[in-house]
Structure formats: C-alpha cells, structure tokens
Design a protein around this ligand. Structure first.
Ligand SMILES: [Zn+2]
Length: 300
C-alpha cells in the first residue's frame, strides 16, 4: 500500500463528535453541517428551514443536526447538482409540501438516474439565475458554467455572506482526484474567479470538515495556476514519439498512455516546492490533478 503523509493540522477541522456530525453556526440563521466527509449548509427562516442538498454520508444525521438547532420543519431543499453523494439522502427530507428547487439540467440527470433516493425537483429553472425569497430571506442560485456537472449551482445567501459552491474545491486541501471530476476543466478554472466575485465570508464546498474563506478560494486558484503552468511546460518538453519509443508502433494507445504518464511525472517535478506547507493532500492527489490539467491543456 502507498504511504501518504499525514494531513497537517491546518488542513483539518475540529474532531467530529460520536454523534457523527458537527453543526457550525455561520451567522444570520445559517449553519454548516459536516460528517467529516460531506458537508452542506442550511438556513433557518421565520417559519422553516431551507436546506442545500442532503449528502449521502450525513444521511439521517442531517435531520438530527437541524433538530439540534430548531424544531421548525424543512420547507425547501435546493439541489446544488445531481450527484448522489450530495443529494442521495434527499428522500429523507422530501415530505409532502417540501419544495425541491434545482436547475432543469439537474432535473434531467435525476430523471435519467431513476434513483429513489433522489426525488425529482418540484421546481426547476432554466437559464442562469433564480432568486428565491423565503420568509423574507434571499437565496440566489446561479448557473455560471459546467465547472463540475451541467446544471451545477452557486447558491448565495447574500445577507448571511455564505456561498455554497458544492464540489468546487477542498478547503485547505488539494482538489480530490481529477479536480473533483470537473465536467469541463477550463470552466473549473473559471469557477474560482466566479466565486471570488461574490460577497461572502464563508464558502461551503461540499466535502470534508472545514468551511472556507475567500482566501482559501484564492489559495486553490493559485494551486491550480501552478498545476497548469507545470503541465504546460511538461507538454512542451516531453515528446510523444520519444516517450513511446519502447512501445510497439502498432500499439498507439499504449504509446499515448506512456507519454501522458511521463508528462504527469515531469509536471510533478516542475511543481514549485512548499505547497505541502500550505495545503494538505498534495501527495495524494497530485498525479490525478495533473492528469486532468495536462489533458485539458492538450485538448481544450
Ligand atoms: Zn458532484
């Protein structure tokens, strides 16, 4: 088994109690909740609770966490996108009268999935913006591009200065795997700039135990920039024909694989030193991150 460096203290959140979840007050009636693996946000309004997503790993502990804060019922559920790890517990919240809001593309993915854990939205919107007002509280979902999955939303709570940008990055850690499975890598890069155009103090990014700040988004943007520079330089210097020289000429697929592995290895060498002092998990995800970035630099 590959040994990885321990995640440094600055890249970890507080310990999760034995209940299996931790609720953090974010101000103005907004609360973050994490299981340690998945996180999300809910907003307590005058009459009820508006919840963003219902992560699979939180499961029924999401309702326990809400009940810890308020006896009010869940009135609205907003899907950030269609992936099961973020909305796979939605069936537990989808009682009669609960409004489920999503982009219409998210609705289509859920229809295709035929997954009883993910109830269809009751209200979808097309286009880029959909402002909701619930009990006088403004909630602004916006679709700005396919940075993670078509239909993915930034969900802004302007009064609370909270931005839910689920699956956008890992706070104080390297992005998971291939940039959290970004649907379109250039859009993923753009998403960091789009996030920084919002007024917010707290970003809820969907995974692990930390909620972030604008500075954390900037750090991720800087890390992505370094990944892209390293990948671009490696693509300039690692030659496809030379890299594939040891592979039989009638096996072009194997040549491509060997070449890209060399590009990634070279890009890893070209990465500036010291990132492990700023974010956790670089050694875990560097090759996956660079593979996604290098292919994007090559083909996008
Ligand atoms: Zn996702």
């Amino acid at each position: 088994m590959t040994a990885f460096a321990p995640i440094p203290d600055f890249a970890r959140g507080p310990d999760i109690p034995s209940s299996g979840y931790l609720v953090t007050e974010l101000g103005g009636g907004a609360y973050g909740i994490t299981s340690g693996v998945d996180n999300t946000v809910f907003l307590v309004t005058r009459k009820g609770v508006v919840v963003v997503d219902a992560p699979l790993d939180l499961d029924d502990r999401l309702l326990q966490g809400i009940e810890e804060v308020t006896p009010k019922p869940v009135t609205h559920l907003i899907y950030s996108h269609a992936h099961a790890d973020h909305i796979g517990a939605a069936h537990l919240l989808a009682r009669d009268g609960v409004q489920i809001v999503a982009h219409e593309l998210t609705g289509r993915f859920i229809e295709e999935a035929r997954d009883s854990r993910r109830p269809l939205p009751t209200e979808t919107f097309s286009g880029t913006r959909h402002e909701l007002t619930v009990d006088g509280e403004r909630i602004v979902p916006e679709y700005k591009g396919d940075w993670h999955q078509a239909g993915n939303l930034f969900i802004h709570l302007p009064e609370q200065r909270v931005l839910a940008a689920i699956d956008s990055f890992s706070v104080r850690n390297a992005p998971f795997f291939r940039l959290l499975f970004a649907a379109h890598v250039p859009a993923y890069f753009d998403a960091m700039d789009q996030m920084l155009e919002y007024d917010f103090d707290t970003v809820v990014s969907g995974h692990m135990d930390l909620f972030g700040t604008p500075e954390d988004v900037q750090t991720n943007r800087e890390y992505l920039h370094d990944l892209r520079s390293a990948a671009a330089e490696a693509l300039r210097t690692v030659d496809l024909r030379e890299a594939g020289a040891g592979v039989p000429d009638n096996n072009k697929q194997a040549q491509l694989k060997v070449w890209m592995d060399r590009v990634v290895a070279r890009a890893a060498e070209l990465m500036p030193t010291g990132w492990e002092k700023r974010i956790g998990g670089t050694d875990i995800f560097l090759s996956d991150n660079l593979n996604a970035v290098a292919w994007s630099v090559f083909i996008d």
